[in-house]
Design a protein around this ligand. Structure first.
Ligand code: GDG
Length: 459
């Protein structure tokens, strides 16, 4: 039995930069997790080749598995990726109605590209292949495969929130997309809330969720704890901090991440608790993302204006409250920040899961996690300080508390969090999904007892 993994972005891409070809690893959390599976089990990975030299590597053997790429023309990329996936579905599934652009042409391209994926999958299928499709860019793939007569087991893993049914149903293509996803044999979510919303959407749009009862699972993605807690990473030079508390965050530049509200919370902290002034430095790493989508350019401008305004008001020769870094930092530097930070400030307005919070917990030795209650990870990480990211007063208050928290309490919380992420780590996630898949594959049905034990977050 072999896995055929399907994701929009590939694990690696080939780039030509200044005439020289190089291999670029995709570092996203999802890809890292799936690389682990593929290196262990072999198999095929179908994805879009978005590197400018990928057309030379349509089929490639890489670290023990096969990569098969589909190539997209500029118009296809724009319609499928920029307009529909990131301009319609992404805001829809994060409750950003005002950012959501309806795009019939984008949908057409989304359909075309999903068909390309389905066709490429067909080329690599054998009788025993388990097909594992990921995320909102590929919702039409399960339905298209079934239309082509494919009877293989299909797993569909959903990485972002699934919104309330009445919100989901505003999408013109709501029925067709949902209907396709339900053609998978197993559908996995990060939280019970998303699973419930999915069922409610089916009830609302189709009158019933009968056929879905045995198909959905909650398996919240874990991380490679050993890697993040290893000692092989250099520390940050602490001289630069001059004894100040280090507050840290790292996010993709995205309106879901609550970046501007977070800067306002820092401003509130300074205003409301004047004694906190000069006692902290907030290092905010923002990684460029979706730079071809207009909303993201506007967000960058607004964020940078807000940071500039706050720094302008409060900086002097000896102190600047916010150190803003707009680039992707190396893994090593990221690990050093995780290790050194006194407080990780992770306050997305909404987030499917949020791997950064788990990575910080694994790496930290005596840090405090302040986490948005609207991140999927908050359902498991109950020992974090949970905050409503929309309330700068509350966030400022909690940062202030964290700055002066008793060392015993810091240790208690951190170790409780470490136990949780250790128990539900990446290996657990992969094994839970694989075990269910194998059970369904071999017995053609579901073991309900295993469902109970598999669910990790109590309601
Ligand atoms: C989807 C869902 C869900 C980020 N900046 C840098 C960097 N990163 C790494 C982090 C982390 C990953 O990227 C981002 O984690 P997310 O959880 O945001 O994952 P995504 O893949 O972007 O998003 C999300 C996830 O799927 C998994 O299901 O959690 O809710 O939106 O691993 O460390 N790494 C380095 N430099 C950076 O500047 N080295």
């Amino acid at each position: 039995m072999k896995y055929l993994v399907v994701t929009s972005r590939a694990p690696v891409s080939h780039e030509i930069v200044s005439g020289r070809e190089s291999l670029k690893k995709n570092v996203g959390g999802v890809v890292t997790a799936l690389r682990r599976l593929m290196m262990q089990e072999g198999g095929t990975w179908v994805s879009w080749g978005d590197g400018n030299a990928d057309n030379r590597y349509l089929e490639e053997e890489y670290e023990g598995y096969h990569i098969s790429r589909i190539m997209l023309e500029q118009r296809e990329k724009k319609g499928f990726y920029d307009d529909y996936s990131n301009g319609t579905l992404w805001p829809l599934f994060h409750y950003f109605r005002d950012q959501m652009k309806l795009s019939p042409n984008g949908y057409k391209k989304y359909e075309d590209v999903n068909r390309k994926f389905a066709e490429k999958i067909m080329e690599h299928l054998t009788k025993d292949t388990i097909i594992w499709v990921h995320d909102y860019q590929l919702m039409l793939v399960p339905g298209m495969l079934r239309e082509k007569g494919v009877r293989n087991l299909i797993i569909f893993t959903w990485h972002i929130p699934w919104v309330a049914s009445e919100f989901y149903s505003i999408l013109p293509e709501a029925k067709i997309l949902l209907s396709s996803v339900t053609k998978a044999d197993m559908i996995t979510f990060h939280t019970h809330l998303y699973e419930r919303n999915f069922h409610e959407s089916a009830k609302m749009l189709f009158g019933s969720d009968e056929g879905l009862k045995d198909k959905t699972f909650v398996f919240s993605l874990g991380i490679d704890v050993k890697y993040y807690s290893s000692n092989n990473f250099a520390g940050l030079p602490s001289k630069a901090l001059k004894g100040r508390k280090l507050i840290f965050s790292v996010d993709r530049l995205d309106y879901t991440k609550g970046l501007i509200s977070r800067v306002m919370a820092i401003e509130t902290l300074i205003k409301k608790f004047p004694k906190s002034r000069e006692k902290f430095i907030y290092v905010m790493v923002v990684t460029p993302s979706r730079t071809s989508v207009t909303q993201y350019e506007e967000l960058k401008r607004e964020l940078e204006m807000t940071i500039g305004r706050v720094n302008g008001l409060y900086s002097d020769l000896s102190w600047q409250p916010i150190v803003y870094i707009y680039r992707k930092v190396s893994d090593t530097l990221l690990m050093s920040y995780y290790r050194k930070a006194d407080i990780a400030l992770i306050t997305p307005l909404i987030d499917g899961l949020n791997l950064v919070s788990k990575e910080f917990v694994a790496a930290s030795q005596n840090g405090i996690l302040i986490l948005s209650e609207f991140a999927g990870a908050a359902f498991n990480l109950k020992d974090a300080i949970l905050v409503n990211p929309n309330d700068p007063d509350e966030v400022a208050q909690k940062i202030h508390e964290a700055m002066f928290m008793e060392p015993n309490e810091i240790t208690r919380r951190l170790w409780a969090l470490k136990r949780t992420i250790q128990k539900y780590d990446l290996e657990w996630w992969l094994n839970s999904i694989k075990n269910e898949a194998i059970r369904i594959h071999e017995h053609g049905g579901r073991d309900f007892r295993s469902k109970e034990s598999a669910h990790n977050s109590p309601e």
